[in-house]
Design a protein around this ligand. Structure first.
Ligand SMILES: [Zn+2]
Length: 470
């Protein structure tokens, strides 16, 4: 298998053959299979654990939003209008335009409805709520996990009584994303602000966690938005402050979607197939009982191992070797990206040792089972370290500093992370986009007055990463 490209038939075939998805009945939709849903659920559990620490509670709100309500949003901010699915008929009855419904492309409207009804005084604030749900955005080009017309995500929404309270919250939620993306998904991220052009419609500021995939394109993994009072003004989310005056709440939202699965698969895959991060691998260990005259003894031992591993909360599968040859199973294990495999044959039985292989490092070792069980946390953390280092060094090696815009425009593929000085202005960025098909991905920091924009030469400039993006 060649270097993985998200569009290639080899890549899509790999995801299908390893039971990660099926195409849906409608263009641009996919079915999450038990495997991919398990990975997603494990990730959900990781986030929920962190969300609880931040005081974020889960809710579940309706998918249908009245068109008249979402228009209040789109009228004020150019938004998802071209991607929205609208319901104009119920049964055989055509609806008046005033009664059209929209399948949520995001849920600011319904969350605002909740806040409008729940908040009376400053004592009710902050409210931090989140839902794990699906949204619809009709896209021209779709790719499994990466961009689909219907996808799953979490959208967190928070309301606060003043700027200080909302400003204190942002580093906490951003840290939460960064920690899980880097320590659980083992994906190196670049964190920073979005430029004006790339900021979420309706937000006064957007922060992003991006990664550079092996093909040199950026993928936005999670975003946090400072909505200020823009939505609370439209949807009248008021409260009585400490001085008993009517005041508008400060609002924020933050989200991460099943797109992260595409990033996990693409970041770590090698020429043999997938390599899943151990903490969120649907199965962590496969046990392969080899054919032998001592078959029943081997099976009994394998069963005991399964029980012990399960007791320690490991996700383990005992392979039925009747179905395929040993070679085929090993090939399937490699392709599926299962972190560890154990082989038990007559040699292992005789010496009371297991043979285990690690997918991420290609290493094979022998060990007493009890010691293996005890050492598993260390084995896993070594796997994680290997995967993290490999991905991180790829990212670090792909930074390229650019000072001359004309030279930048001439680079044919632009499959790196380009570090430039950029003014951050919308007009300038649109021109760069037209000329180079690249946009700013992350705005890092404000530069000294002497530093000028690499394109329009204006000041002040910001240290910014440009590149191609999905
Ligand atoms: Zn500029």
């Amino acid at each position: 298998m060649k270097k993985m490209n998200y569009q290639s038939q080899d890549w899509i075939k790999l995801l299908q053959e390893t039971d990660l998805f099926l195409y849906g009945l409608i263009r641009g939709t996919i079915l999450l299979t038990p495997r991919s849903q398990k990975i997603w659920s494990l990730l959900i559990a990781k986030f929920d654990e962190q969300f609880v620490q931040l005081g974020i509670e889960n809710v579940n709100f309706p998918a249908l939003i009245p068109m008249t309500q979402i228009e209040k949003e789109t009228k004020n901010f150019t938004s998802f209008s071209t991607e929205m699915l609208t319901i104009t008929q119920v049964g055989t009855k055509k609806l008046d335009k005033a009664n059209w419904l929209v399948l949520r492309p995001t849920s600011e409207v319904i969350f605002s409805h909740y806040f409008h009804n729940k908040i009376r005084s400053y004592r009710d604030l902050p409210i931090l709520i989140n839902q794990w749900t699906n949204v619809w955005r009709w896209e021209k080009n779709t790719y499994p996990f990466l961009r689909t017309n219907e996808f799953f995500w979490q959208e967190g929404h928070g309301v606060f009584q003043n700027r200080k309270a909302i400003t204190d919250f942002f580093p906490k939620i951003n840290k939460c994303y960064q920690t899980i993306l880097e320590k659980t998904c083992l994906i190196p991220t670049i964190f920073g602000e979005k430029s004006k052009m790339e900021t979420f419609a309706g937000a006064i500021k957007t922060w992003t966690h991006e990664t550079l995939l092996p093909d040199g394109q950026f993928l936005q993994l999670a975003t946090t938005h400072d909505l200020g009072k823009q939505f609370s003004q439209i949807f009248q989310i008021n409260f009585l402050n400490e001085k008993n005056q009517k005041s508008l709440v400060e609002q924020s939202s933050w989200g991460l979607s099943t797109r992260v699965l595409a990033a996990i698969f693409l970041t770590h895959a090698d020429e043999k197939g997938l390599i899943l991060p151990p903490q969120i691998a649907d199965q962590q260990i496969w046990i392969l009982p080899l054919k032998s005259n001592d078959h029943s003894q081997i099976m009994q031992w394998c069963q005991e191992m399964v029980e012990k591993l399960k007791t320690h909360q490991y996700r383990v599968k005992l392979i039925n070797m009747q179905e395929k040859s040993l070679g085929s199973w090993i090939y399937k294990w490699e392709k599926s990206g299962i972190p560890i495999r154990i082989e038990i044959g007559k040699e292992e039985l005789k010496n009371n040792m297991i043979t285990y292989s690690v997918r991420a490092t290609n290493q094979k070792s022998k060990m007493k089972f009890d010691l293996f069980l005890k050492s598993l946390p260390i084995i896993i953390s070594k796997i994680e370290e290997t995967m993290k280092t490999k991905a991180k060094s790829r990212l670090n090696n792909s930074y390229k500093k650019i000072t001359d815009f004309l030279k930048y425009a001439q680079i044919p593929e632009k499959n790196q992370a380009y570090l430039v000085n950029f003014c951050g202005q919308q007009k300038c960025e649109k021109e760069i986009q037209v000329k180079t098909k690249t946009t700013s991905r992350v705005v890092m920091e404000k530069l000294e007055k002497t530093e000028k924009c690499f394109h329009c030469q204006s000041t002040p400039a910001f240290k910014t990463i440009f590149g191609r993006s999905y």
